[in-house]
Every structure is written in structure tokens, then in C-alpha cells.
Design a protein around this ligand. Structure first.
Ligand SMILES: [Zn+2]
Length: 483
């Protein structure tokens, strides 16, 4: 893979420039991505973000870096509490309230992981649930208090933004306009109401709570990611990513919390994926253009065509999702796969004749160089794929009268494998099946852990359809064999 080993550059929201990623530890990328808030099905706008992060991660892996990827699961938050507690009687105990919250979030965590598996998004190495890190959150808030960056008001704790000179550095906020001393309790708010934000929320009637030095309460959303990120990836992180909607307030507040404690830069590269529109409009349930992956699958859409339709567009451009675009994606995939099938049958004849300077090896070298140069330049997938299609056109144009030598054929197939390590859409048969099976096994494990038997059975049937039998082993792990 020496030829593809190169420095990758990414647009850094902190500096508003495309900058080379220089990892803190040579050849190792630490990557934190904000995971889902698990109270509902992910819509395709959410899934765009996770597909962008998969592209980011796989590009580093395909160019020879090790990636340690942490993605949190937000399983306590305003909307989760709203949706999980309404059916409970007013006198429900705290234990019952926690149980109801866990039932909801376990269910949607399993569904989320199943969606990712269908889209061939690699599972994160670390998948922490926020509720398992409440002691770390409390310690972090105490630390901020000790540094004069947090204060208590009526049992809640707030971050004092005036105490941190760099507050606003990510969202490029105007410090003049900030309302020091005012405070906001909601997890999400607009950038024209920049105020002190909540770290710990005093409990309200009808909510699950934890004990804390400030009385019964629960963490705010922003402190969750700082606590998990610091605990699992440490004090210096290479890349932190999410959708553009997380720049403010979520990521701005994460910086305030983590750097307020550390006293130095926490994350070097902040990377954000753009929004998705549907047929030129903002996606909204009221407009009837709101889709989950399941909605699309019910309409006969192949998840891998959706994967390609999203990833073939530049992650920093607003993507206009359309059914026409999906059909175009399906056609592009057909073209690449048909090329692969044809090339796999090549190599019997002697090769040539090719004009001097335009033999398959040269064309392959050019395509390869152009592909990796484009990917290294802020993940420019439209240009990278254009290089791949140029190669396909060139070699297809020689169709009937020229065959590739065995070496040429193998080199072209190796290039297809290389590019598929990123796009995961034109795999060699066995390799693709193994990855799909692993992802489904993980989804089934999560469904069983959530005691969601219907979901677990559904995944088992999917595995069965692939001719795979999962094996539950005595040590608690799950293996599989071909049936
Ligand atoms: Zn987050």
C-alpha cells in the first residue's frame, strides 16, 4: 500500500482552512464522532452524517493509518426523557423511570446499529452509552467548578462562558453579543442567544435522576461527549466530527468544557458534514419528504445505492437527495460492477496491442494517482470517482480486440479492491459477504442485549437468507458459520 500512503488534508472548522492531519501519535488517528440520540429512527439526514464519518475513517484506514474510533450513544437527554416518561404514573419510582428510559434507548440503539450494518458502516471500536459515564461527568463538572468556570443556581450547574477567553472560537461567535450571566437550560438553542449553558440539571417532577454533589439531577447533553471523549480518547484527540448542526452549541460547548479543564487544545481537527435536502426542500414530516432507511427499503431502494448516492457527493456541499439521484447511483454501481465482472474474466490472452505510452499499466497509474490525490484533498469523492470512471471508459473502449495480461488484470482488480475499501459498494464477493455478516452479527448482539427479540429474530432471518448460521458461544461471544 506504499503508493497510497500519504498525508490527508481536511477542512478544519476551527481555522476555516483545509489543513493536513498530523496525528498526535504517528500513524494513529484518534477519532471521536457524536453518535445518535436514541429515541427514534434515524432519518436519512442523520445517516448522511454517519456515512460521511465512515468515509473519513475508511480513507485513513485505506491509506495505512490505524484508527481508534469512539462513537457515543446519547441515552439520556431532553427528548429521550420526554418520550420515555409520558406513559408512567406520576408516582413512578426513580428505578421505574430509569427502566422506561433504558427500554426506549436499548430498542433504538439496536435499530440504529442495524441501519448502520445495512449501509456497511463499520462499527466504532468504542461505543459508550452516556448513562454509563455519569460519575466521570460529575467529576468533570466539579473540576470546572474548582477552576471558577461553573456555578450552581437552584440545584443546577452552569458553565460561565465569560471565564474562557476562547469561547466562541469554533462557531466564530462575536464575543460582544454574548449575554454573560444569563443562562439556558435547554440542550439545544440558537446562536443569537449565546449564554451560560447547563452542565447539570436539577431534577424535575417526572424525570429519572442520579445523586450528585448538587442534589438529585441529570447531566446536560454537552457534558456527556466531553466526559466520554476525555475518558476514552484522552487529552489530545486528532479529529472530532459531526453534522454542521452540531457546531453550535454542542461542539462549542464541548470545547469549553474539555479545554476549560485541560488548559490546552483538546481536539486538533473539527470536521463537519453538511445537511441533506430532499428534492430541493428541507426534510420535514409535514412535507411528506421525511425518510428513514426503512421507508426507503420499503420502496425497494438498495441501502448500498443510498450509500453511494450520499458518498459520491462532497461531504461539505449540501446534498439534494432525490429518487432520480438514487437511480443514477444504481446505474453507476452497475457500471463499476459490470466492469469488475468483465475484468475478472480477462487475462487469458496475451495482452496488447497498445499504443506506446497508453498501455493499461500507465492508465491505471494515472487513475490511481488521481484517485488518491482527490481523496487526500479534503475527501473529494466526486473527483476520485471521476478518475475511476475514466479508467473504466478507457479499458472498456478497448473491449473486443484487446485483452489484458494476467498482471494487468490483477493490478486493475487490486485497484478496485483498494477503492472499495472506502466505498464498500463493488466488493469481491467473499470479502463483501464477510463484512456484511460481521455487521449483522453485531446488530443481532445489540438487539439481544436490548432484549428486543423481534429485532433479533429479524436479523437472524437476514443472516439465514445469506446462508449464515450464528453460533452463540459459551463465553458470551457470537461466532458464525456457513449453513
Ligand atoms: Zn457529542
Amino acid at each position: 500500500m506504499d503508493k497510497t500512503r500519504r498525508t490527508l488534508s481536511l477542512f478544519n472548522t476551527l481555522t476555516r482552512r483545509v489543513e493536513p492531519v498530523v496525528p498526535v501519535v504517528a500513524d494513529q488517528i484518534s477519532l471521536y464522532t457524536c453518535g445518535p440520540t436514541v429515541y427514534n429512527y434515524a432519518h436519512i439526514g442523520n445517516l448522511r452524517t454517519f456515512l460521511f464519518q465512515d468515509l473519513l475513517k475508511r480513507t485513513f484506514q485505506a491509506t495505512g493509518y490505524g484508527v481508534r474510533h469512539c462513537m457515543n450513544i446519547t441515552d439520556v437527554e431532553d427528548k429521550i426523557i420526554r418520550d420515555s416518561q409520558t406513559a408512567l404514573p406520576a408516582d413512578a419510582t426513580n428505578e421505574v423511570r430509569h427502566g422506561a428510559m433504558k427500554a426506549l434507548t436499548d430498542r433504538f440503539t439496536a435499530i440504529f446499529l442495524e441501519d448502520l450494518a445495512a449501509l456497511r458502516v463499520q462499527p466504532a471500536d468504542l461505543l459508550p452509552r452516556a448513562t454509563a459515564y455519569v460519575p466521570q461527568m460529575i467529576r468533570l463538572i466539579q473540576d470546572l467548578e474548582a477552576r471558577g468556570l461553573a456555578y450552581v443556581r437552584e440545584g443546577s450547574v452552569y458553565y460561565r462562558i465569560a471565564g474562557l477567553p476562547q469561547y466562541g472560537c469554533l462557531a466564530h461567535l462575536d464575543r460582544e453579543g454574548m449575554q454573560a450571566g444569563a443562562s439556558v437550560d435547554a440542550d439545544e438553542y440558537e446562536r443569537d442567544s449565546v449564554t451560560d449553558f447547563v452542565l447539570w440539571k436539577a431534577t424535575k417532577a417526572g424525570e429519572p435522576w442520579w445523586d450528585s454533589p448538587w442534589g438529585q439531577g441529570r447531566p446536560g447533553w454537552h457534558i456527556e461527549c466531553s466526559a466520554m471523549g476525555l475518558e476514552l480518547l484522552g487529552e489530545r484527540v486528532d479529529i472530532h466530527s459531526g453534522g454542521v448542526d452540531l457546531i453550535f452549541p454542542h461542539h462549542e460547548n464541548e470545547i469549553a468544557q474539555s479545554e476549560g479543564c485541560l488548559g490546552h487544545r483538546w481536539v486538533n481537527h473539527w470536521v463537519h458534514g453538511e445537511f441533506l435536502m430532499v428534492e430541493g426542500q428541507k426534510m420535514a414530516k409535514s412535507l411528506g419528504n421525511f425518510f428513514t432507511l426503512r421507508d426507503l427499503v420499503d420502496k425497494g431502494v438498495d441501502p448500498i445505492a443510498l450509500r453511494y448516492a450520499i458518498q459520491s457527493n462532497h461531504y461539505r456541499k449540501v446534498l439534494n437527495f432525490s429518487f432520480e439521484g438514487l437511480r443514477a447511483a444504481e446505474n453507476s454501481l452497475k457500471r463499476i460492477r459490470a466492469f469488475r465482472t468483465r475484468i475478472e474474466g480477462e487475462g487469458q490472452a496475451g495482452g496488447g496491442p497498445w499504443a506506446e505510452g497508453s498501455n493499461p499499466a500507465d492508465r491505471l497509474d494515472q487513475a490511481r494517482e488521481a484517485f488518491w490525490a482527490a481523496m487526500a484533498d479534503d475527501l473529494n469523492t466526486p473527483e476520485a470517482l471521476a478518475a475511476l470512471f475514466t479508467l473504466i471508459s478507457d479499458l472498456n473502449a478497448q473491449d473486443d480486440h484487446v485483452a489484458l495480461t494476467r498482471e494487468e488484470r490483477d493490478a486493475v482488480l487490486a485497484f478496485l479492491d483498494e477503492t472499495d475499501r472506502i466505498f464498500a459498494a463493488w466488493p469481491h464477493e467473499t470479502a463483501s459477504l464477510d463484512a456484511e455478516v460481521e455487521a449483522l452479527i453485531e446488530a443481532r448482539r445489540a438487539a439481544k442485549a436490548a432484549r428486543n427479540w423481534a429485532e433479533a429474530d429479524r436479523v437472524r432471518d437476514q443472516l439465514k437468507a445469506l446462508g449464515i448460521i450464528p453460533e452463540d458461544r459459551k463465553d458470551g461471544t457470537v461466532g458464525w458459520r456457513r449453513g
